[in-house]
Design a protein. Structure first.
Length: 147
């Protein structure tokens, strides 16, 4: 069975990526692997590199809840597709590239134009495009009616 990996975070770009990946999985009869990554932010560490609090479990649990919530919200669009949910510690791009090791396609959202003129895709999308072991689709944001 083919496998399609898609990056999931709280952004609307990720929602678009999941929708695209779901459509593709349905067409191919593929497994859809939804991947989210988490990490303990630097602010949680003291000056000597030791975590002030052991917050890793809390961040992981929040990431799991977020992914489950996304699957619930998009349930009608994911209906009939074999799903696998993966929550990993680490940088998003690294987690996605690693999860795509056995995949036929990696799908990520684009952050759009962002804060820098000429930067059309985000750093995660860019890193995935450069390092993924399979074809990558970068889903652009929906056109805004303000444009």
């Amino acid at each position: 069975m083919e496998t399609i990996v898609v990056g999931v975070d709280g952004s609307s770009g990720a929602d678009q990526a999941v929708r695209f990946a779901a459509d593709e999985a349905r067409l191919r009869g593929a497994l859809l692997r939804l991947v989210t990554a988490w990490h303990v932010p630097a602010v949680a560490y003291g000056g000597i590199g030791v975590a002030v609090v052991d917050a890793g479990a809390e961040y992981e649990e929040e990431a799991k809840r977020s992914l489950e919530g996304k699957v619930e919200r998009l349930a009608s669009e994911l209906e009939g597709i074999q799903l696998e949910q993966v929550v990993r510690e680490g940088r998003a791009a690294s987690a996605l590239v690693e999860e795509a090791a056995d995949a036929d396609l990696l799908v990520v959202g684009s952050r759009g134009h962002g804060g820098f003129i000429g930067l059309l895709i985000g750093s995660v999308s860019s890193e995935c495009a450069h390092h993924a072991p399979c074809p990558v689709v970068i889903v652009p944001p929906l056109e805004s009616s303000d444009d």
